[in-house]
Write a protein that binds this ligand. Structure first.
Ligand code: G6P
Length: 610
């Protein structure tokens, strides 16, 4: 997904922009560029297809300096990832320059209109129409020209605009994709996310949809589209910039896998009291009355977050006796869904900015549901449109493939299930207490599991040459099979299919031979025997069996080619443990195959377009 940075202040602008773009690399991109403007009235742009290293090489060949400027990493939507299509884009006179994240849906009409007025286009992007429109509306005041332009646009955007005619000024606008303004001393920063600004300031303004910011070295003024000033106070961010570094690990993903004990623990802090007997989900606004009047819970999400939702369904139905529906947000928003009276819709979203998830949330709200979100980003759009929020406390997740955000989502979902169960009278205090004690042990058990990380690397070495994989599980292990398969395909580009173990004989069994490893999730539970039978069926067809089972399960070891074990736990907690070996399996296979682990091809961390 595109990344935006902007700077105005006393520093040389280009290093600040490049540093900022580097911190946004996790979003995924295919080209990059910067524009530097000087107070004396010059504007220069450098762009390059591919990774930031290419832009840096371009800047070494042809250096730039300036007092204020913009930078961008582009994730192509309209037009190929070429240098010509890379941002920033400028108007025909080279006086106004712009970067954009999002999609302008009516760009073809706008482009035709501009071309009819003699404007020549030099790129295939939807973005270029915006800069020409700003130029056509420009009458000596950039923010006015931007506001008039916004009235022409249909779609979603975050834009930053600068002009040589108005030194030391950046105009920023948002309708959809996130924008953060970092407030410094005689300098200000703009970015798509918090990490680029953290090095300089902890005071940030999360720009709301429909607003325009006018940013100079000594001021940030926020207005609506009509120009009326809107109060937009800065908030203090507590994240340590160091947490966004790799911390000695070879990849962010590995670091984040190892951060899961902390992420799970932090997600419990302040919610489960020290004696582990009470749950406080204050910010969710879940009162007894709501818990008992709710007719159903709709869980919405995409990708890994959807898998977390699928696990949540098992827990909430079982512990709270509440009907749960789970939808991929991209499907929910387009299928005219029925939302019963007194429904609560809860979005699972690591970023809080996934376009499909936000649209599904708005759809559910429009159909009368109370809106909750389980989210990892304070101040993100999902949290702002929700009536209740549970923050996952995983810290920034940089690797595109989600790991610690997932286990933190599971932790929050489990707490939600327990709280609902308690408030609805389905769980006694003793039952809650028993589970909270067991849950409090999970971070330590993940730590224990991670001490076997080398063993999982060894399994990866044995299987990295296979071309396709089947992942199977039953009950609460089925979504973990889906997530394990997703991790493997995202990272290593191998075909991996997640399936309910009980459905194997209805199709996928036809695939199994000695070239297809079967990853089977069989920790101790009431479904253990059934899954074990499915594993034997696969083995009888020469499948290479990789089991995930409970420590000390010698019987399972007998019919596995490789067995990855997890510590003994209450069966309902096994998703929180069983996913860890699968994350490490996917990670090590990808490393073996020389894949770009942290930024897999074609993927983006935060998909802010549908
Ligand atoms: C992208 C990411 C996935 C993530 C999904 C949903 O596809 O690559 O890792 O699971 O978006 O993102 P969200 O931020 O809404 O959880």
């Amino acid at each position: 997904m595109c990344g935006i940075v902007g700077y105005v202040g006393h520093r040389d602008v280009v290093p600040v922009l490049l540093e900022g773009l580097t911190r946004l690399e996790y979003r995924g991109y295919d080209s990059a560029g910067v524009a530097a403007l000087r107070r004396e009235g010059s504007l220069s742009i450098r762009r390059a297809a591919g990774k930031l290293v290419n832009l840096k090489a371009e800047l070494e060949d042809s250096p730039l300096a300036g007092h204020y400027g913009l930078g961008h990493t582009r994730w192509a939507t309209h037009g190929k990832p070429t240098t010509e299509n890379a941002h920033p884009h400028q108007d025909a006179d080279g006086r106004i320059v712009l970067v954009h994240n999002g999609i302008i849906e009516n760009f073809l009409d706008l482009r035709a209109g501009l071309e009819a007025n003699g404007v020549d286009f030099v790129s295939d992007t939807d973005t270029e129409v915006i800069v020409h429109l700003v130029a056509s509306h420009y009458e000596g005041n950039l923010e006015n020209a931007v506001r008039r332009t916004l009235a022409d646009l249909e779609g979603i955007y975050a834009i930053v605009v600068a002009s040589v005619d108005e030194p030391d000024k950046l105009v920023v606008a948002r309708q959809g994709p996130p924008i953060v303004i970092g407030v410094g001393e005689h300098e200000n920063f703009i970015a798509s996310d918090v990490p680029p600004v953290l090095e300089y300031t902890r005071d940030v303004i999360f720009l709301d949809d429909g607003l325009v910011g006018i940013v100079t070295p000594d001021s940030v003024v926020v207005t609506d589209h009509a120009g009326a000033i809107v109060d937009a106070p800065a908030q203090q961010i507590s994240w340590d910039p160091i947490t966004a570094e790799k911390g000695g690990y070879e990849h962010f993903m590995l670091k984040e896998i190892f951060e899961q004990p902390t992420a799970v623990r932090d997600s419990l802090v302040g919610r489960v009291n020290r004696r582990a007997i009470e749950i406080d989900l204050g910010e969710l606004n879940l009162e007894e009355e709501l818990a008992n009047s709710m007719s159903e819970l709709l869980l919405l999400g995409c990708g890994t977050s959807w898998h977390a939702a699928l696990v949540g369904r098992y827990w909430i139905e079982k512990l709270a006796g509440l009907p749960v529906k789970v939808d991929q947000a991209s499907e929910f928003r387009y299928r005219d869904p029925l939302v019963a009276a007194n429904s609560v819709a809860c979005a699972l979203t690591q970023s809080g900015e996934t376009a499909d998830t936000l649209a599904a949330m708005r759809e559910a709200k429009a159909r009368g549901a109370t809106l909750w979100s389980i989210c990892n980003v304070v101040g993100s759009m999902a949290t702002r449109i929700s009536d209740g929020v549970l923050l996952t406390q995983a810290g920034p997740e940089i690797s595109v493939a989600s790991t610690k955000a997932f286990t933190s989502q599971l932790t929050c979902l489990y707490l939600m299930a327990l709280k609902l169960g308690e408030l609805r009278g389905r769980l006694s205090h003793e039952a809650v207490e028993l589970r909270l004690h067991a849950l409090a042990r999970i971070p330590g058990q993940i730590e224990e599991l991670l001490t076997h990380a080398d063993k999982f690397a060894g399994v990866a070495e044995r299987v990295a040459h296979f071309k396709q994989f089947l992942f199977i599980g039953r009950g609460v292990m089925y979504p973990i099979a889906l997530e394990g398969a997703l991790k493997l395909k995202e990272l290593s580009y191998l075909h991996a299919h997640g399936y309910p173990a009980g459905e194997m004989k209805h199709g996928p069994i036809a695939l199994i031979d000695d070239g297809v490893p079967v990853v089977a999730l069989a920790p101790q539970s009431s479904l253990y025997e059934k899954t074990a039978s499915n594993m034997q069926e696969a083995r009888a067809r020469d499948g290479f069996i990789i089991g995930v089972g409970t420590e000390g399960d010698d019987a399972l070891a007998e019919f596995c080619d490789e067995l990855m074990t997890i510590p003994d736990c209450l069966p309902e907690f096994s998703p929180l443990l069983a996913i860890v070996p699968l994350q490490l399996l996917a990670y090590h296979v990808a490393v073996q195959l020389g894949c770009d682990v942290d930024q897999p091809r074609n993927l983006a961390k935060s998909v802010t377009v549908e």
